[in-house]
Write a protein that binds this ligand. Sequence first.
Ligand code: PBG
Length: 328
Amino acid sequence: MSSFPDIRPRRLRRTPALRRLVEETRIAPSELVLPLFVKEGLTEPRAISSMPGIVQHSRESLRKAAHEAVSAGVGGLMLYGVPTDDHKDETGSAGLDPDGILNVGIRDLVAEVGDATVIMSDLCLDEFTSHGHCGVLAPDGSVDNDATLAIYADLGVAQAAAGAHMVGTSGMMDGQVGVVRRGLDKAGYQDTSILAYSAKYAGAFYGPFREAVQSSLQGDRRQYQQDPPNLREALVEVDLDVAEGADIVMVKPALPYLDVIAAVRDRVNVPVAAYQVSGEYAMVEAAAANGWIDRDRAIFESLTSIKRAGAQIILTYWATEVAQKLRF
Ligand code: PBG
């Protein structure tokens, strides 16, 4: 005797054990990368109001946070340096200075955790320029692509010399991956790898980050970051980055661009990363603080969705917390 319906997908959802057995997507601590901010001259960590729970680190608290992340099994650290205002200039020269805050911070991370995780650094000029753009300006005020490339090559070498295992090219200049790759190779850093921010969109979700790095930017980055409506253009960017030597390609932001993550995953055979950015973090924290959503479930659901779309590496400000919850 059969009774309709014969096929009942609900059978596998009946108990937690059944659901666990058939779970298709699972996150591991080693796939999570923690972005960290180190601010020049701080003696105590300083809160970032639009990112509750995230701070600008002092050199000392940076080492502690790195240690904690590594103990939780986090797969990598992505470091941003925030110089004091008097160390910002038109060309972002503090990025090249071995004693500039980012290069100092990289050396601190190497000293603290060494090869126990992957130490990554932001390869861009925006934190260091007085105008806040990701490159140097041409006389007409536009961002000069090719003049910026020459500086990026030197930035890569400075960060590799400080001990970064991987540099994150995030400036969206044409040719940046190729020029950084050649610069690294010429200086003897053939083994330093490149995480390419290949499809980085000029969206609204970076707002809290601008506070985190005390950005000097007036205006926006639409002349160099991608336009949110475009998907195929992301594939052009990804193809170029792979051809120029990217070891890993990334889509950013993550949750509003799941279709882009999936398309990139289909397209290439290098690892695909996604960046759950500051605005994605802030939205969940703000809604949870109001009691409007279940914070922990929203965090796990968003990360699982990003992985399900095809990202095998996820940069997230929740990396340590999530890794701890996965482990214990
Ligand atoms: C640029 C950079 C930005 C972010 C990472 N690298 C800012 C921007 O493009 O304006 C944003 C990350 C985030 O919002 O969490 N160096």
